[in-house]
Design a protein around this ligand. Structure first.
Ligand code: NAP
Length: 401
C-alpha cells in the first residue's frame, strides 16, 4: 500500500510478533512467475483489506533471484536477497529457473541452510470441483511435515569407482564389520539425528495443538532401517511423551480427548492414504518419505498444480509455489496462480492473520463453483469457462469472504 511505512516481523519465545503493516520480501520468480505473482499479490492484498477493514496491510518488498537477478546484477542469487529475507524473517517466492550447468547454488538449498528451515510443510486437501482420480477426494485432508535438512538431503554421497567411495568401502568392511559391499559401489550416507528428528516432530505436534487436529502420524521405514528411520519413530514418541504429555496420547494407549500420536511404515502409509484417508491428519516424516508422500497425496486430490508449500525454521519461513516456471506459457496471463496464492494463505495463517487466509479459501471455492478457472482446470472440468490468470484472480477476489 503506497505511503505506509512497514515494520519488521520479529520472533520471540516461539511466537511471531507481527506489526500491522509488516514488510514482507517477495521473489516474483521466472517464466510464468510474474504472471502468477501479480495475480496472487492482488488476491492477498484484497483479502487482508477485507478481513481487517484496512487496519492491516502487507508492505511488499521485492528481492531479486533467478534470471531477473542475473540480468540486473550478474548473480543468480545476490547476497543481499538472503540478507533481506533474514532481516524480515518471512518471505514468499514464485518458481525459479534452475540454470543448467554448475556453479550456481540452488536458492532453496541456500535459504534452507542459511535460515535453518528444517520443516518443509505441505498441506494437501481437495477443493470441490477439482477433478481427482479417486472416488472420494474430500476424505484426504492432511498437513505433511517433512524433515528438510537431514537424511538424503544432507547430500553425502560418493560416486561409484571414485577414490572416496573405495576408501569408505574399505573402512566399512575393514573397521566396521560390513560384510557385503560390492566393489565399485556408489555409496550414500543417511544421517538422522535425535535433535533434527525431534524438532521436526515438535513442530508437527505444535501445529496439531494450535489447529485442534485429531492426530499426528510418524511415517518411517523403521522395520528395515532401524537406527535411522526406526529411531525417528522412537524419538518422535519420546518427544510427544516428554514435551506434549498433557496434549497427546500414543495410539497404543488409546486415550480419548487428546491428540493421538501413531506411526505407520512408509509403504503401508501409501495404501492408507488411498484406502482410509480420513484416519490421517498431521503427518511427520523424514526427508525422502515426505518427498514421495506429499506429491502422491497432492496427485490424489487432483491438486499437484495447486499445491502450496513452505520451508519453516524457528523464526524464519519462506512460502512458495511448488510447481516450476512453466516457461512455455511465460507472459501469456494463462497459468494457474493457485499454488502461490495458497502458499500465501499458509503465510497468513503462520503470522496469525488466519481470517484473511480463510477468506481466500472461500474465494477459491467460489471461483471453482462458478467454473471460471485457468486452462489446466478448465480442460478437465465439464462446463467450465477458461479464463486468464488475472481473471481467475478477479473471480477469487469477487468471492472473498
Ligand atoms: P513446471 O514448470 O512445473 O511445468 C511442467 C508443466 O506443469 C507445465 O508445462 C504445465 O503443464 C504444468 N504447470 C506448471 N505450473 C503450472 C501452473 N501454474 N498452472 C498450470 N499448469 C502448470 O516444470 P518443468 O517444466 O520441469 O520446469 C521448468 C523450470 O522450473 C526448470 O528450470 C525447473 O528447474 C524449474 N523448477 C523450479 C521449481 C521451484 O522454483 N520451486 C520447482 C520445479 C521446477 P502443461 O504443459 O500440461 O500445461
Amino acid at each position: 500500500m503506497a505511503g505506509i511505512s512497514g515494520g519488521k516481523i520479529d520472533y520471540q519465545g516461539g511466537r511471531w510478533i507481527v506489526p500491522d503493516h509488516p514488510i514482507i520480501p517477495f521473489i516474483e520468480g521466472d517464466g510464468t512467475g510474474p504472471d502468477i505473482w501479480r495475480a496472487a499479490r492482488r488476491v492477498l492484498d484484497a483479502a487482508v483489506a477485507r478481513a481487517f477493514g484496512g487496519k492491516r496491510s502487507i508492505v511488499w518488498q521485492e528481492v531479486l533471484a533467478g534470471e531477473k537477478a542475473f540480468k540486473a546484477t550478474g548473480n543468480w542469487l545476490p547476497e543481499e536477497t538472503l540478507a533481506v529475507i533474514r532481516e524480515h524473517r518471512v518471505a514468499i517466492k514464485g518458481p525459479l529457473t534452475t540454470p543448467v550447468g554448475g556453479g550456481m547454488r540452488s536458492l532453496n538449498v541456500a535459504l534452507r541452510q542459511v535460515l535453518d528451515l528444517y520443516a518443509c510443510i505441505r498441506p494437501v486437501r481437495w477443493f470441490a470441483g477439482v477433478p481427482a482420480p479417486v472416488k472420494e477426494p474430500q476424505k484426504l485432508d492432511v498437513v505433511i511435515f517433512r524433515e528438510n535438512i537431514e537424511d538424503v538431503y544432507a547430500g553425502i554421497e560418493f560416486e561409484a569407482g571414485s577414490e572416496k567411495a573405495d576408501k569408505l568401502r574399505d573402512f566399512l568392511m575393514g573397521q566396521l564389520g560390513v560384510k557385503t559391499l560390492r566393489q565399485g559401489s556408489a555409496i550414500g550416507v543417511k544421517p538422522m539425528s535425535k535433535f533434527g528428528s525431534q524438532r521436526l516432530v515438535a513442530k508437527a505436534i505444535q501445529y496439531a495443538v494450535d489447529h485442534r487436529k485429531p492426530s499426528v502420524t510418524l511415517v518411517h521405514k523403521g522395520n528395515i532401517q532401524k537406527f535411522t528411520e526406526g529411531a525417528f519413530r522412537d524419538w518422535g514418541y519420546q518427544l510427544a511423551k516428554e514435551r506434549f504429555a498433557s496434549q497427546t496420547t500414543p495410539e497404543s494407549e488409546g486415550g480419548t480427548g487428546k491428540i493421538v500420536v501413531k506411526d505407520r511404515i512408509a509403504d503401508a502409509m501409501f495404501q492408507q492414504v488411498l484406502l482410509r484417508p480420513d484416519e490421517y491428519s498431521v503427518i511427520a516424516t523424514s526427508n525422502l518419505n515426505g518427498d514421495y508422500l506429499s506429491d502422491a497425496c497432492a496427485a490424489q486430490v487432483g491438486g499437484l498444480g495447486m499445491a502450496p508449500g513452505a520451508n519453516v525454521g524457528d523464526g524464519f519461513a519462506v512460502f512458495e509455489a511448488t510447481h516450476g516456471t512453466a516457461p512455455k506459457y511465460a507472459g501469456q496471463d494463462k497459468v494457474n496462480p493457485g499454488s502461490v496464492i495458497l502458499s500465501g494463505v499458509m503465510m497468513l495463517e503462520e503470522i496469525g492473520w488466519g481470517a484473511a487466509g480463510s477468506g481466500i479459501i472461500a474465494g477459491i471455492e467460489g471461483a471453482l463453483a462458478a467454473k471460471r478457472v485457468t486452462y489446466d482446470l478448465a480442460r478437465q472440468m465439464p462446463g467450465a469457462t477458461e479464463v486468464p490468470t488475472s481473471s481467475f484472480a478477479d473471480a477469487i477476489i469477487a468471492h472473498l469472504k
